[in-house]
Design a protein around this ligand. Structure first.
Ligand code: IMP
Ligand code: MG
Length: 184
């Protein structure tokens, strides 16, 4: 067998594919129940939420539309700069839609706080947040995610969409990196 360098960088697997699948199914069922008679639009925040979005939308068994936007708030480090830049905006006019923003992880909250305020001004019928992972200890601004996969402690995680320096997004599970990978 060839060596797999990506997996060699992982110190510990925190959430297996099966565990993640279970969380996604549960959250999908919650959204399907709450939006059965609404006009659901799932807004995926690229790139981190791409794996979650792909699985979550298939766990929602009611009519739904999807759209994507891309914002950047990180350089190659592990901390939010506080500056959120719209790299790709939505295609759909939000008026009348019940928006669920789909995010990979809620950390300081700065990114989602900015996004919520921006999207609210576009006149949707309602707007809520769905995040796979939540790090409540790290919160710097008050942001509420109605739908959450799970709470995690303050550690930097990668995989299932989450990156370090744009790498590891394609890991099928979520883990923590070995400290030497950060070059520290
Ligand atoms: P916030 O603005 O601090 O809440 O940052 C949210 C964004 O930071 C996420 O969408 C991720 O791109 C990134 N991020 C925060 N924590 C992690 C992590 O543990 N691993 C990978 N990316 C993270
Ligand atoms: Mg990122």
């Amino acid at each position: 067998m060839e060596n797999n360098n990506m997996m060699q960088d992982i110190q510990e697997v925190l959430y297996s594919e099966e565990t993640i699948a279970g969380m996604v199914k549960r959250v999908g069922a919650e959204i399907a129940r709450d939006y059965a008679d609404k006009n659901l639009l799932l807004v995926s925040v690229l790139k981190g939420s791409v794996a979650f979005m792909a699985d979550l939308m298939r766990a929602i068994d009611i009519p739904a539309r999807i759209d994507f936007m891309s914002v950047s708030s990180y350089g190659s480090g592990t901390k939010t700069s506080g500056v959120v830049k719209i790299v790709k905006d939505l295609d759909i006019n939000l008026e009348g839609y019940d928006i669920v923003i789909v995010e990979d992880i809620l950390d300081s909250g700065k990114t989602l706080n900015y996004l919520m305020n921006m999207l609210r001004e576009r006149g949707p019928a309602s707007i809520e947040i769905c995040t796979l992972f939540d790090k409540p200890e790290r919160r710097e601004v008050d942001v509420y995610a109605k739908y959450r996969g799970c709470e995690i402690p303050d550690a930097f995680i990668v995989g299932y969409g989450l990156d370090y320096d744009e790498k590891y997004r394609n890991l099928p599970y979520v883990g923590i990196l070995k400290p030497e990978v950060y070059g520290g």
